[in-house]
Design a protein around this ligand. Structure first.
Ligand SMILES: Cc1cc2nc3c(=O)[nH]c(=O)nc-3n(C[C@H](O)[C@H](O)[C@H](O)COP(=O)(O)OP(=O)(O)OC[C@H]3O[C@@H](n4cnc5c(N)ncnc54)[C@H](O)[C@@H]3O)c2cc1C
Length: 267
């Protein structure tokens, strides 16, 4: 079985800073990591591989050359092969363009590696935070999708996913091939060993650029091919002047709170 995991290299912080003039992310001076949800997806993929002889885990990342570091981290914790999708034309892509390019890359990877039975993504990236790329890729590729997985197992030609629901969990099954997005699992991703780190450092990473995709429409890539435009960004002003309601008893304080909320037309 061939399993592909999409991993994004993200800044090691949730305090994303935006350049107010260009409205793009400021990445300088911030260390990068593998998006944590992608780490859970990778661990799930490696566990499935370990239970199914002859299986292979491939990691795919779109980003600049420095994203190779993220791919090597994945190779050190169980991935067998890594592909970096990198081209100037792809820079500044919004989620639709990103998912389109990754889908085209997946078609190319399938030509090289054979059919991909399972495609994993994180539920969202901690910088962009849109949670759109996985579901959009499933649409581009015409695959069934299961989102918010916390556990996934393969049984014959089916994948069974335990997924987070508003209340509790649901178990959803789909026929392979299928795309699954993963949230935080019950288990933690494994750590690399010194030996696996050394091997990953030496591993070859295949790089794909626009010229490697036979049928890519470059008009759908990059800033120009992105229908979403950031018009303005701002940091919300926090009002620290909280109001403490103390009318002497819980009941009277509640009545006062309800009256204040009602006056403010909030309820
Ligand atoms: C309007 C808009 C404008 C933007 N402009 C810029 C810009 O100018 N410059 C810039 O650098 N960024 C920009 N971004 C961010 C960029 O579009 C996103 O980083 C990218 O589209 C992925 O979206 P996300 O981070 O929300 O991923 P999500 O949809 O939250 O990610 C879900 C999952 O998809 C997979 N995934 C996502 N991205 C990748 C990837 N690159 N490689 C492999 N797997 C991936 C991962 O598995 C991830 O867990 C912009 C975003 C928006 C919404």
């Amino acid at each position: 079985m061939n399993i592909l995991v999409c991993v994004k290299q993200v800044p090691d912080t949730t305090e994303i800073k935006i350049n107010p003039e260009t409205n793009t992310l400021i990445r300088e001076g911030v260390p990068n990591i593998v998006n944590p949800y992608d780490g859970y997806a990778l661990e799930t993929a490696v566990r499935i591989k370990e239970g199914s002889a002859g299986s292979k885990v491939i990691v795919l990342c779109m980003g600049p050359a420095q994203a190779q570091t993220a791919l090597r981290e994945c190779l050190a914790v169980g991935a067998d092969k890594a592909y970096l999708v990198s081209d100037k034309i792809f820079g500044g892509s919004d989620t639709l363009a990103t998912s389109y390019i990754l889908s085209e890359a997946i078609k190319k990877v399938e030509e090289e590696e054979g059919r991909l039975d399972l495609i994993f993504c994180g539920k969202q990236a901690i910088d962009g935070d849109t949670a759109q790329v996985g579901p959009e890729m499933a649409e581009h590729l015409g695959l069934p999708q299961i989102t918010y997985g916390i556990e996934a197992e393969v049984d014959g030609d089916m994948v069974k996913v335990k997924r987070e629901a508003e209340v509790g969990y649901t178990i959803v099954g789909a026929k392979l091939p299928c795309l699954v997005t993963m949230t935080q699992t019950f288990y933690e991703p494994r750590y690399p060993t010194i030996k696996s780190k050394m091997a990953a450092k030496k591993a070859k990473i295949a790089t794909l650029g626009a010229e490697d995709f036979a049928s890519i429409d470059t008009g759908r890539c990059g800033l120009k091919g992105s229908p979403t435009k950031v018009k303005k960004t701002f940091v919300p002003v926090r009002n620290k002047d909280g109001l403490i309601i103390d009318e002497g008893s819980l009941e009277e304080s509640t009545v006062k709170l309800v009256s204040l909320l009602s006056d403010a037309a909030i309820i």
